[in-house]
Design a protein around this ligand. Structure first.
Ligand code: SAM
Length: 287
């Protein structure tokens, strides 16, 4: 099968199958071989690796993944792409295509079945409308993953890497950095896809921490604290936490915990580091 990274070949396939792009599935197919090379290099695959690809599209990246990894499991929601994938992936014996919604899949069970529960690598040009639920689902359900190398919206990549004080710093930065170390692989302009997305893109690699950088007795409370703190950005930390139905502590308990950290009563969530959120969590649990 000819290399699908060649835009002419992609257009041929799309015309042959009369394929109509569906916006609701976030379908923007990669047509730049150099970007594909960068993704494959950054994913650092060996023949020992099981790769989960989310949204193979017409199989452009799947072909490259199959050449570099031990096995590829590709999960695609759009049934119209399944016959296309049958053609483009014919001859690749180490690929399994599953026609399903990734958000409804039991990925733990898949990892057990396909890789004996050993950590997998996730590589994808993600459907942007569900980037956060996909990534947080992998992290919060403790799916065994080594690295996640994904194309995301540029703005989302910026948020994942931001630290306290930066304008992009928020709940996503903290949630991602609690679980993994982010590394920006490349910025990718809209003309590397068909159709062109209206936003810039970036490839980011998230390497899962062997142990989280902070220890907390209740991960769910830490997540709830982080979410609540950024829900109302212009409010103080005290008011944001007090207003949140997810936080089961009184205003007095919250005020005492903030004071105990040596922070001003008017501090905002965006000023706190991950370590400070963990300390706040510990202090509330003791109160
Ligand atoms: N990997 C291909 C490429 O790079 O050219 C396609 C990437 S495209 C940005 C996203 C793909 O994810 C589409 O093929 C789309 O149909 C698929 N997709 C969207 N929502 C999905 C979901 N919930 N579960 C699985 N696949 C999904």
């Amino acid at each position: 099968m000819a290399d699908l990274g060649d835009p002419k070949r992609t257009i041929e396939i799309i015309q042959k199958y009369g394929f109509a792009f569906q916006k609701r599935f976030g379908q923007n197919f990669l047509i730049d071989p150099h970007v594909l090379d960068k993704i494959i290099r950054a994913a650092d695959l060996t023949r020992e690796d099981l790769v989960l690809e989310i949204g193979p599209g017409i199989g452009t990246m799947t072909q490259r993944l199959a050449e570099a990894a031990g096995k590829v499991v590709a999960v695609e929601i759009d049934p119209k792409l399944i016959p296309v994938l049958k053609e483009t992936l014919a001859g690749y014996e180490n690929v399994r295509v599953i026609n399903q919604d990734i958000l409804k899949m039991d990925i733990q069970a898949l990892v057990r079945e396909e890789n004996g529960g050993r950590p997998i690598k996730v590589v994808a040009n993600l459907p942007y409308y569900i980037t956060t639920p996909i990534l947080m689902g992998l992290f919060e359900r403790h799916v065994p993953v080594d690295t996640i190398t994904v194309m995301v919206q540029k703005e989302v990549a910026d948020r994942m890497q931001a630290g306290p004080g930066a304008k992009d710093y928020g709940a996503l930065s903290l949630a991602v950095q609690y679980h993994a170390a982010p590394y920006l692989v490349a910025n990718v302009p809209p003309n590397c896809f068909i159709p062109r997305p209206r936003v810039g893109s970036a490839v980011i690699r998230l390497t899962r921490h062997p142990e989280p950088p902070v220890q907390v007795a209740d991960e769910k409370l830490l997540s709830a604290l982080i979410r609540a703190s950024f829900n109302q950005r212009r409010k103080t930390l005290l008011n944001s936490l007090n207003n949140s139905p997810e936080i089961p502590f009184t205003k007095e308990q919250i005020a005492a915990a903030i004071d105990g950290l040596g922070l001003s009563p008017s501090v905002r969530g965006e000023a706190l580091t991950l370590e400070q959120f963990a300390a706040l969590c510990a202090s509330l649990l003791k109160s």
